[in-house]
Design a protein around this ligand. Structure first.
Ligand SMILES: [Mg+2]
Ligand SMILES: [Zn+2]
Length: 183
């Protein structure tokens, strides 16, 4: 038996909090989606690590400072923990698309980094996201994508109907947890 741990990887914007067309730039602009703390509580009691993986290109675009993103993530984690949830690690890509890095989703770099640093069994892990690039990144990383209709999900699916055939589509994070852990 492998001593590697399975994880539930989560995208941030559109899965945990509302998307903004002009990016989340301050803690004031970070608004939790409805019904998001219950699923966090469920994961906290499960065998799964909770790892957030997100693209934060506003850093690379010069719109937000890295320290501000770190502060937002810290306050988000504190709020989740206050509601008896758990966040084991947060990874984000600070680059702009034109940097052509290997961490910006749909590239799988952050998944491999997390797997190495935390001893994660990718094949038995899930990634919950609201965008096509999330599905692509999960598949490239060798974990199982689940797409949510919250955030940009609805719009992304409308433009990419074929996704419904290759990936489970559910309403939100709570429904994704129902799928993973059983309801
Ligand atoms: Mg998203
Ligand atoms: Zn990057």
């Amino acid at each position: 038996m492998s001593n590697k741990k399975p994880a539930i990887f989560l995208d941030r914007d559109g899965v945990i909090n509302h998307n903004r067309p002009d990016y989340v730039k301050t803690w004031d602009e970070f608004v939790f989606l409805p019904n998001v703390f219950v699923p966090f509580r469920r994961i906290a009691k499960s065998k799964y690590l909770v790892v957030i993986i997100s693209n934060q290109s506003p850093i690379g675009r010069g719109i937000v400072q890295k320290a501000v993103v770190d502060e937002i993530n810290m306050l988000m984690s504190a709020e989740i923990e206050r509601h008896k949830g758990r966040v084991d690690a947060i990874y984000y890509c600070p680059h702009a698309p034109e940097d052509h890095c290997d961490c910006r989703k749909p590239e799988p770099g952050m998944f491999f980094q997390a797997a190495q640093e935390l001893g994660i069994d990718l094949a038995n892990s899930f990634y919950v996201g609201d965008a096509v690039s999330d599905v692509q990144a999960a598949l490239r990383a060798g974990c199982r994508p689940i797409m949510v209709l919250s955030g940009r999900g609805e719009e992304q699916l409308q433009k990419n109907q074929h996704l419904r055939e290759i990936v489970p589509v559910v309403k939100d994070l709570a429904a994704a947890l129902d799928l993973i852990l059983g309801d």
